[in-house]
Ligand binder design. Sequence first.
Ligand code: MTE
Ligand code: MO
Length: 383
Amino acid sequence: DPYSTDPPRHPALVINSSKPFNGEPPPALLTDNYITPSALFFKRNHLPVPQIDPDKYRLQIEGLPGGAVSLSLEDLKTRFPKHTVTATLQCAGNRRSDMNKVKQVKGLNWGVAAISNATWSGASLRDVLCHYGFGPEVAAKAQHVQFEGLDRDVTGTSYGASIPLNKAVSEEGDVLLAYEMNGEDLPQDHGYPVRVVVPGVVGARNVKWLGKIVVSEEESQSHWQQNDYKGFSPSIDWDTVDYKSAPAIQELPVQSAITQPAEGAVVDRDMEEVTVKGYAWSGGGREVVRVDVSLDGGKTWHVAELQSGEKGQQPAPPPPPGRAWAWKLWEITIPLPEGAQELELVCKAVDSSYNSQPDSMAPIWNLRGVLSNAWHRVKVNVK
Ligand code: MTE
Ligand code: MO
């Protein structure tokens, strides 16, 4: 069993698949912390977790003028300054279960918690590439930076993905070769000893157990770059889909979800009010500027209070424009409408480009169930 050496996991995780391991925290736990504890951070593995000896670990870099480079973990830690970034990771399939309710899609049936927020530290990818010869001549030719993981399937193929070169080398891109998560060595499930953190970009490009970086004219040819993680029209089915016709997902659209109360929960009428909590985030460094919450299915709205730090602590300083990589938690307490027996709670977020979420899933339905970001709706009973 290639999974027998997988690490132990937190028992609270809701398991979507155990081999490979895919799990998410219960929604109410997710928003208890601004920085998700690593043990509760959602885990999305396509393959067995590789066992990597840190003393033997090498990171190969190809496609730079000086020829191939091979770095040890020690090299990465000592030759380059350590940068720290707080960034939210979201799987392309987060909230797939809501899309599944419209019509069956293919993929893991994620709830609302295939998203988490952590503080990552490591070398800046830009620093490393520039140190080994990245410059205008390379930029004139290359357009992508490919990443290969050290996890392999039975045929020996490893997980792979790529990002646009601009994102990789821009000073404002904040892409990390991370060796720490929340102030500790990366946990095994999250890519020990090194993973790429591409803030603002879909989880799938944040390659774990990083073995190789290739600066190239082409995108990664991996299955996960070419034939997965792309969006299509609702009318496209498995007979008509042409994966070449759509671009690989990079930046994600604006997203929000309610984490409390849960679907079907009972709200006590005597309390005379209800508290609703959740998270909101947008891709590409666009900051969430507002979250609207409704108790009546979207007829009337209330503006939630946004939180960007642990509760009761000093909020994080506002990020520079275009570099809002971390989510916002939000909360609001609203008086119960008189006589209401059932409430349809709804949330929707607005980002700094004034993008907002679509009101329903059907028009954004796609066969793989990705980019599932319609208004989140939760029904509760008042008793
Ligand atoms: N990297 C490798 N090497 N193997 C993987 O299976 N899964 C990707 C990405 N990087 C994956 C990977 C996907 S689809 C997501 S959503 C994120 O890792 C999940 O990261 P996490 O497990 O740290 O939450
Ligand atoms: Mo993912």
